[in-house]
Write a protein that binds this ligand. Sequence first.
Ligand code: UD1
Length: 422
Amino acid sequence: MDYYKIIGGKKLKGEVEISGAKNAALPIIVASLLADGETELHNVPNLKDILTIIKVIECLGAETEFNTEKNILKIKINKIKKAEIPYDLVKTMRASVYVMGPMLARLGFADVSLPGGCAIGERPIDIHLSGFESLGAEIGVERGYVIAKAKKLKGTRFIMRKVSVGATINIMMAAVMAEGETILENCAMEPDVVDLANFLIKMGAQIEGAGSERIVIHGVKKLKPVTHTIMPDRIEAGTYLLAGAITRGEVTITHAVPEHVSALCNALSEIGFIIKQGNDWVRVSAGKKLRGVYVKTLPYPGFPTDLQAPMMALMTTLPGISVVNETIFENRFTHVGELRRMGAHIETEGNMAIVHGGKKLSAAPVMMSDLRAGASLVLAALAAKGISEIRRIYHSDRGYEKLSEKLSMLGADIKREKGGGY
Ligand code: UD1
């Protein structure tokens, strides 16, 4: 298995181009199932999760051609077929459950393995399922699979009990071809939801309010295939800004949407970093005096949970005390133990972490436990003195395109090595 070897201590400097957003591309690829014909998607990141979702739609009869050099994915749908989505695919990536929405809309039937637990808490899909029920589907569980059936989906008013990106996306995809009007309340306002809605609107769907708490959908009978460019990845963008910050360098992210990283930039400014930005770029550089910070993760436009672990790596290098309050997922502190192995002083209690900063991080062999925890270890290793070896990098392969190449271009000493048994 591959691992990263990082010699820390280099200040990162330069520009890095942000790839297409994984979390927007996943539902958009799935939404292509809603129309017969050829969909063409641009700026699709070449990531493990994208290859998994491609396999998922292929189960349902899609023909695909992914040009990984040009990041163009062509998807051809002749007729979608009834098929079950196996546990192997859903367990590697929970977003596989997104096919339920389009399957219900087009086939009146969905048969998808239940995801089960995962490294960052329980992550149930009950809100997705109650939304489908509200649209008229019957839901059952057999042999570990959720089976949803509906002769005809009918418009409804559905209030989500909790803000959920996945449920907003899945229910919206089911409702676009339901009969009549659907009103969704307490929706996720994440840019990924908006990018999907824009794609669906291009296809002929009638959707208003995406990006707000209330989405109104008027069902249409048919959608057409279109060409669409995936928006930039705000979590990747945030990770590179944090890489600049943790090494006290000067990093500019390009091909980005500055508004999407506002919560992070506010926190970085509060710490004392200097943030400059233009239409599609943001630059971070170190200020004269830095201090600790309090960060609470919240649904968009709040501080994203996906940047919590990378942010915590930065906190370990700040003077004084910083605090993290993780309100989205339970059990999202799996990076803490590994950061401690690198010399960090972090206490946790429930969903709070108190970081006693100002300690010099030291290199150590560490292991990724999930995608974003993995990113935090890479950042810590970039700042640490000595040579760190980071294992289980298949986690970061899920969500960071050309991670070592991009960091090397910024001046990091990072190598992807072969071998190592764990
Ligand atoms: C998505 C993102 C993930 C990000 C998360 C929060 C994708 C592919 N993944 O995950 O990177 O960390 O949003 O921004 O886009 N919940 C329920 N029942 C449900 C659904 C969710 O209780 O049916 C809970 C979850 O356990 C969690 C909270 O709602 O506590 C938010 O989860 P959700 O927004 O659904 O996250 P995902 O869509 O899985």
